[in-house]
Design a protein around this ligand. Structure first.
Ligand SMILES: Cc1cc2nc3c(=O)[nH]c(=O)nc-3n(C[C@H](O)[C@H](O)[C@H](O)COP(=O)(O)OP(=O)(O)OC[C@H]3O[C@@H](n4cnc5c(N)ncnc54)[C@H](O)[C@@H]3O)c2cc1C
Length: 286
């Protein structure tokens, strides 16, 4: 199927993209195109103009400073998966990026496009919520920072306004261990259920735990019961298993279901993936 006709504009800078957005109300930004192009071809979106930001150099790359990683919105999944800075500072993020789709998707798809699209089956929103990431947004009124907890607002709905450009994702780096595991859909590799855990350990006990589950609900769910069950505990296999068992209850009542996996099935497998993510994160946290 072909997309409806649209005007194509290529921006050379964020400032130029901003001007183009102002001149073309309802325009869509194009990054890697791996979510937007299918939507256009299925005619689920039919903007009058598409603004290609894919070659804006200032939106690409990973830097490490002040205890945080700054990842430009156009950084690809493959670049994140292979980055030594991400692997050592935010292992769950490198792990999740490396599990996305296939090599073509990982080499074209970007972190900015992934989170702006906010597909409930995407991997990166889950990890970025567990890692307490923040998003840098360039808007007509200037720049603002949005926490991951506030950024994802519903199924394919985010805090981004029509004229906003996501410029970077900022991830706290180091000081613990993190991991991401998922049950992938066998065809697309999207997450049927994905679990991210971030743990810090001092003196043999858990001093902080952050756990999120995606794929099962419209927005990844933070697992408060699991986190509470780990606080102050020595992270033995039994403690982890007992804490993970509570994860299904943290998903609420509105679970996603489709022909591949019902909501009940997603709830039932969630503790298994939370347990695996916690075990891997605990090993990394030392
Ligand atoms: C076969 C296939 C398998 C996939 N498997 C997975 C998977 O296993 N896990 C997973 O997480 N994802 C998966 N994806 C999705 C993939 O990660 C996409 O690349 C990603 O979701 C979108 O990134 P993109 O750069 O291609 O964005 P685009 O398609 O270019 O844009 C997506 C949306 O984000 C907006 N946007 C893009 N950049 C910005 C920005 N900087 N600021 C504001 N808005 C912006 C666009 O306007 C558009 O609405 C898969 C995709 C395909 C085609």
């Amino acid at each position: 199927m072909f997309a409806a006709n649209f005007e194509y504009h290529r921006a050379g800078s964020v400032a130029e993209a901003r001007q183009l957005l102002a001149a073309h109300p309802g325009a869509k930004l194009l990054a890697g195109g791996h979510s937007l192009i299918p939507l256009l071809k299925l005619r689920l979106a039919a903007p009058e103009a598409v603004i290609d930001i894919g070659r804006i150099g200032e939106l690409r790359g990973i830097s490490n400073g002040g205890g945080a990683l700054r990842i430009g919105a156009l950084t690809t999944h493959a670049e994140i998966a292979s980055s030594d800075a991400v692997k050592s500072g935010a292992a769950a993020l490198a792990e999740a990026a490396g599990l996305i789709g296939d090599p073509a998707v990982r080499n074209r798809g970007t972190i900015g496009g992934n989170v702006a699209h906010a597909d409930p089956a995407s991997d990166l929103p889950t990890v970025l919520i567990a890692l307490d990431a923040t998003f840098t947004v360039n808007s007509p009124d200037g720049e603002r920072s949005v926490s991951a907890a506030d950024f994802f607002q519903g199924m394919m709905a985010t805090a981004l306004g029509e004229h906003d450009i996501l410029t970077a994702v900022n991830v706290p780096a180091g000081g613990g261990g993190s991991a991401y595991v998922k049950f992938s859909h066998p065809a697309s590799r999207y997450a049927v259920v994905g679990a991210a855990a971030s743990l810090t350990v001092a003196g043999g006990t858990c001093t902080s735990a952050s756990v999120a589950v995606g794929g099962a609900t419209a927005v990844p769910a933070r697992c408060a019961s699991v986190e509470a069950a780990l606080a102050g505990q020595a992270l033995s296999a039994d403690v982890i298993a007992a804490a993970a068992a509570a994860a299904g209850g943290d998903l609420g009542d509105d679970l996603l279901g489709d022909v591949f996996a019902s909501g009940d099935y997603r709830r039932a497998v969630t503790p298994v993936y939370v347990q695996r993510a916690l075990a891997a994160a605990a090993e990394r946290a030392g």
